[in-house]
Ligand binder design. Structure first.
Ligand code: KIV
Ligand code: ZN
Length: 552
């Protein structure tokens, strides 16, 4: 494999923008900051942190990530509209290295029905939006939305215009996941051959997975001349998702013999990041998912196991360690002291404040009394649960449930609400239902439960349960997590964690706090931009008008 700069493929991660457009995948600011920090540790080249114009919340996320991240470029999406681009530039001000990513659709279908613009007006908007962005920042990416259904002559004109206006990266997305690898590679070859000064820009892939071809198409795009891949952790994203970062990275790493390209990703961080994204979004990774699925490195059949024992390469094309999969480590017992626990936390990458540490240590001791073997995974689940909940408005203090196979279940719950203890006893069709009813009774809210899922942190019937609860209220969606050796308590903690997040969202979106409440997610804003009668398409048209008239 050649490690020349010419063969380096930049990894542009859009988990926090396109990934968050998966229905239900909404993340809090703190969760986004945590994900951005793991992406930086992986040495991702560009982190697309959000869509600054979409809401004050999105702006704040881009801005805070720009402040925090030092070693990756931080990027904000912006439509081809002055207001969008200015907002993106503003959010990126604190970035060590920032990029504005502006886009407009170029396919006949999108121009006619979505934008309701003539092709000439689109070319004009490209020129004005990219020049405007270059006036704010040196690093400007331009995307031809729906590039793969765009007439090639028009696509070349659009790309030429963007490069002339100063775009440093040109992205040609397969927005609807329609292309095949041969077509996608050919598109890059044609455009880079035909467009004057194409070598002044880095070309980029951005593939959706509607036909299950996103990773294959991304790799084909690289063969066709692209040197940036846009992708997401676990392949999350709009509809069937985006190209999965772990898959493109490991394909390039494993098949350097026929794909002489390299990334600078620290692949050993893949598993940790995959788990974090899955926990935060509540999107479980399927067992047979490539690279990060629970079975990706499991060998069940006798023949395979025999081969593996003789030489792991018989059935393993990459090592589990190369993607950060480690064996479950039996770590500590109930007799381990404070010092050993602090050392273990450090090993696992946690730095806790005094109060959080004391609380985690107390819970670790309790867990040790109930559970014989404590694994690293147990400690990770316990600390994540504690860190997520300990400073919140609502907290579960104790929960006792009684259930039987032939009658209603009862939950007896004590919670702290703004520091005051409150108690209730409620009923339900089962213990989880009774516990959730008890919480609703005390908090006086009726959020809509969209998802409840449970998984065991380790093996064995004494394993801790890790629960995810997705709640929706007034168009706001949040995911809460909770872990405990008692499954119903884990469920209740997850429910309360989601409620706390809902409250934060409510406060942030209270009148006066947020201007664009109707479009609090990037998905909202893109959908809004697609439907002509909607408020945002009006503002898009107005912005474009401003943009187009500003140079006249
Ligand atoms: O899929 C797509 O076309 C996009 C653009 C906004 C880059 O996400
Ligand atoms: Zn996309």
């Amino acid at each position: 494999m050649s490690h020349s700069e010419a063969n380096r493929v930049r990894i542009f991660d859009t988990t926090l923008r396109d990934g968050e457009q998966s229905p239900g995948a909404s993340m809090t600011l703190e969760e986004k900051l945590q994900i951005a920090s793991t992406l930086e540790a992986m040495r991702v080249d560009v982190i697309e942190a959000g869509f600054a114009i979409a809401s004050n919340g999105d702006f704040e996320c881009v801005n805070q990530i720009a402040r925090q991240v030092q070693n990756s470029t931080v990027c904000s999406l912006a439509r081809a509209a002055l207001g969008d681009i200015d907002r993106a530039g503003e959010a990126l001000k604190p970035a060590n290295s920032g990029r504005i990513h502006t886009f407009i659709a170029t396919s006949p279908l999108h121009m006619k029905y979505k934008l309701q613009m003539e092709p000439e007006a689109v070319i004009d908007a490209i020129h004005k939006s990219v020049s405007h962005a270059r006036g704010l920042i040196d690093d400007v990416e331009w995307s031809a939305e729906d590039a793969t259904r765009t007439e090639i002559d028009f696509l070349c004109r659009a790309v030429e215009t963007a490069i002339k206006a100063g775009a440093t990266t040109i992205n040609l997305p397969d927005t609807v996941g329609y292309a095949t690898p041969e077509e996608y590679a050919a598109m890059f070859r044609t455009v880079t051959e035909r467009v004057p000064d194409a070598d002044k820009a880095i070309f980029s892939t951005h593939c959706h997975n509607d036909l299950g071809l996103a990773v294959a198409n991304s790799l084909a795009g690289v063969a066709g001349g692209a040197r940036q891949i846009e992708c997401t952790i676990n392949g999350i994203g709009e509809r069937a998702g985006n190209a999965a970062m772990e898959e493109v990275v490991m394909a390039l790493k494993t098949r350097g013999d026929i794909m002489p390209y390299h990334t600078r990703i620290v692949s050993e961080e893949i598993m940790r990041t995959s788990r974090l994204v899955s926990t935060v979004t509540g999107f479980t990774v399927q067992n047979n998912k490539a690279i990060v699925g629970a079975n990706a490195f499991a060998h069940e059949s006798g023949i395979h196991q025999d081969g593996m024992l003789k030489n792991a390469e018989t059935y393993e094309i990459m090592t589990p360690e190369s993607v950060g999969v480690t064996k479950s480590v039996l770590t500590m017992g109930k007799h381990s002291g404070r010092h050993a626990f602090a050392d273990k936390l450090k090993d696992l990458g946690y730095e806790l404040g005094d109060n959080a540490f004391q609380e985690c240590f107390r819970r670790f001791k309790e867990l040790g009394d109930r559970k014989k073997n404590i694994y690293d995974e147990d400690i990770v689940a316990l600390v994540d649960d504690e860190v997520a909940t300990w400073s919140n408005r609502f907290q579960v203090i104790s929960l006792n449930t009684y259930s039987s196979s032939n009658g209603e279940a009862v939950a007896n719950l004590t919670m702290a609400i703004d520091g005051d203890k409150k108690k209730t006893v409620t009923y339900g069709s089962g213990p989880v239902d009774a516990a959730f009813n008890a919480i609703k009774d005390l908090i006086d809210m009726e959020p809509h439960l969209q998802l409840f899922q449970v998984h065991a942190v380790t093996h064995g019937t004494d394993a801790q349960a890790e629960c995810t609860v997705r709640l929706e209220e007034g168009g706001r969606t949040v995911n809460g997590q909770g872990a405990h050796e008692d499954t119903v308590t884990a469920a209740a903690r997850a429910y309360v964690s989601a409620v706390n997040k809902l409250l934060v969202k409510r406060e942030k979106q209270a009148p006066g706090a947020v201007a664009a409440q109707e479009v609090s997610t990037t998905r909202g804003i893109i959908r809004a931009a697609c439907g002509p009668p909607f408020y945002l398409s009006v503002s898009l048209a107005e912005n474009l008008k401003v943009l187009m008239s500003s140079k006249r």
